[in-house]
Design a protein around this ligand. Structure first.
Ligand SMILES: [Zn+2]
Length: 419
């Protein structure tokens, strides 16, 4: 029996109608997995919970069983991984996908050493406001699909290029059509109309804009940086969001030292993102709290900046996540494998640490326990690599190693033959 790709569906929960297994849902065993990353040290070796010659059973949209291939139970369907590796789907906790416009020339000038007087984020704000809902929606769909082809099965999406009540709410409605992990980032920059009245913009962000956006968002984020929002403004904005049930996350210490990281820890933020310029006190704060340090090496790569010191964070006991930070200005990549390769090569993470950060780390940064792992009960989000081991993600940079992606038990990308 051949197991060709299912027709693509946009509902990750869709399970085939027939045949059904003993407990009602269709069951599929993936056998012949050379190395399986479970991210559960109880199930296998080391922090990644590695199992050699493994099998995984999917039932409906969930993982039902994990163990040695030889012990795999009977199932409705069986596919053979043919000695390749399987890892959890990547969990991308930081993206800016609701945008329009093009900043190719800005990038080209930066990389060519030519001056370029562009508006930066403002350029994207102007184009995003002018774009139709359909154009924005199609763009998000395209980038989410692009990320999925590279193994990402959970993605957070921020607003932040609207900066008016209506445009921010529209951005979040569009994001919510593609993910449950939506973040209100009205405080990306001070809206151009408020350039000389930043405190009035903070009042808008914490007042009418928050009212319009909170129903569509799970998180609230602030760009805490010189030229964006200072520590006091960031605290006011995050507190207002928290009072409406939005959980804080912070763009912190990207371009310079500042109060962002310590504020994130103090407010119990799920994540402090970037963490490029850190003092000892910042690292102590992260190590002593529950806030994840989410590193976004695509931003340093695409701006020729110095990378965050992942080794220093990890050695201090800080929980680290990785994300591509996909956005049209400073990091126009949706590729988690690219970030893993850079993190290993240039940020001195081990391949195991980088793969963990891109899966389990991202899940912690989104406070999710049902993704970023391949364990019974978790969502059946898996990536089959065209490689015998997850280490190849760093060992073979730039090579498209993602052979198949299951999202909620449904094969979304790739094809397999029956075992
Ligand atoms: Zn960002």
């Amino acid at each position: 029996m051949s197991h060709q790709p299912h027709p693509h569906t946009h509902t990750p929960l869709a399970a085939p109608a027939a045949p059904t297994g003993p407990r009602g849902a269709d069951t599929t065993a993936i056998t012949g997995i050379a190395r399986l990353v479970t991210n559960d040290p109880v199930l296998g070796e080391g922090p990644l919970g590695l199992i050699q010659d493994a099998a995984v059973v999917i039932e409906g949209d969930r993982i039902a069983w994990v163990g040695p291939s030889s012990a795999a139970p009977a199932t409705d369907n069986r596919v053979d991984a043919q000695g390749r590796a399987v890892i959890p789907g990547f969990v991308d906790s930081h993206s800016h996908l609701v945008f329009a416009g093009d900043r190719t020339e800005e990038f080209n000038a930066r990389m060519s050493g030519r001056p370029y007087s562009a508006g930066g984020i403002r350029t994207t704000v102007t184009a995003t406001r002018a774009a139709s809902r359909n154009v924005l929606h199609a763009g998000v769909g395209r980038y989410v699909a692009e990320a999925r082809r590279q193994g990402t099965t959970t993605i957070e999406i921020k607003s932040g290029y609207g900066l008016t009540v209506d445009h921010e709410a529209r951005s979040l409605e569009i994001a919510a059509a593609h993910t449950d992990e939506t973040t209100y980032l009205g405080a990306h920059i001070v809206a151009p109309e408020f350039a000389d009245r930043p405190d009035a913009y903070v009042e808008l962000v914490t007042g009418p804009m928050l009212d319009a956006c909170a129903p569509h968002a799970r998180w609230i984020d602030v760009f805490c940086e010189q030229g964006a929002f200072d520590g006091d403004q960031a605290r006011t904005i995050l507190a207002a969001g928290a009072a409406r049930g939005l959980i804080p996350r912070v763009h912190a210490n990207q371009l310079s030292h500042g109060p962002g990281v310590q504020l994130a820890v103090e407010l119990g933020a799920a994540s402090a993102d970037h963490c490029t310029h850190l003092t000892e006190k910042d690292i102590e704060a992260l190590a002593g709290g529950s806030t994840v340090a989410t590193l976004l090496p695509g931003a340093e790569f695409s701006t020729r900046a110095v990378y965050p010191d992942a080794r220093r964070l990890l050695d201090a006991g800080v929980t680290v996540a990785l994300s591509p930070d996909c956005n049209p200005g400073s990091s126009f990549t949706s590729s988690m494998p690219f970030c893993i390769a850079v993190a290993v090569r240039d940020m001195r993470m081990t391949p195991d640490e980088a793969v963990w950060a891109a899966t389990a780390g991202g899940a912690l940064a989104l406070r999710r326990t049902d993704v970023g792992r391949i364990t019974p009960g978790a969502r059946a989000d898996l990536v089959l690599l065209d490689a015998p081991s997850h280490v190849h993600l760093a060992y073979r940079p730039g090579v498209p190693l993602v052979a198949a992606v299951w999202q909620g038990g449904s094969l979304e990308t790739g094809s397999l033959t029956a075992g």
